[in-house]
Design a binder for this molecule. Sequence first.
Ligand SMILES: Nc1ncnc2c1ncn2[C@@H]1O[C@H](COP(=O)(O)OP(=O)(O)OP(=O)(O)O)[C@@H](O)[C@H]1O
Ligand SMILES: [Mg+2]
Length: 230
Amino acid sequence: MALITGPVIAVEEVTRRFRRGSETVLALAGVSVELYGGELTVAAGPSGSGKTTLLSIMAGIERPDAGTVHTHPPLPPRQRPDQLGWRHLAFVPQALALLDELTVAENVALPALLERTGTGPDPELLERLHIDHLAGRYPSHTSGGEQQRTAVARALRLRPPLLLGDEPTGHQDRARVELLLTVFRQHAYNGNAVLVASHDQDVIAAADRVITLADGRITSDTRQQTRTYG
Ligand SMILES: Nc1ncnc2c1ncn2[C@@H]1O[C@H](COP(=O)(O)OP(=O)(O)OP(=O)(O)O)[C@@H](O)[C@H]1O
Ligand SMILES: [Mg+2]
């Protein structure tokens, strides 16, 4: 793996407006942020503060009205979550975007298939996310929490240098929130940048860095000590 020095992604002065009838909503109002390998960052902030918009712009799903996004390595422009360059950047959208014609194992294997690099779902990853017993099931025949862990496994399949998760622990019980935090932290400590949008105090407490958004602006950006995770 190439060592990445400097930010994995740099967002500069990004603005995003949405039109709702005659009204214009300023979802992001000049946001600048850089993410580095080795850190788990949590984007916190109230509902409507711009977290999803920021992640979508970083993932290339939304385009900014102004400002720039640079990734290292650079990403080609992409339109849909299932067209992401999974090798470089993986997204766990809130709606998960699993393909229901594919089994759990096939969904996890999808990035490897699309990027023609290796094959299969990675049995160790399925085990780590407690979905190995569901490998042959279709997502619609699994629970919301299991579907969410499948989407996390899919995102990690190619161990991308940038992992983005939009409330990726929202359907989990406490034990599974801890499990996912351990997985995210491990991925960060392997040298990758991980950004998770969350309201969950346990998730915020596990972060190396917390960015708080309010009304489309970053109002605080702090690094914090965390307790040791397994
Ligand atoms: N497609 C859209 N059309 C119109 N307005 C939108 C659209 N997407 C987001 N917005 C508005 O932009 C603002 C930021 O929304 P965003 O989804 O980024 O917030 P959020 O912090 O992720 O909130 P939540 O915690 O509820 O998920 C909100 O005012 C929202 O209503
Ligand atoms: Mg959101």
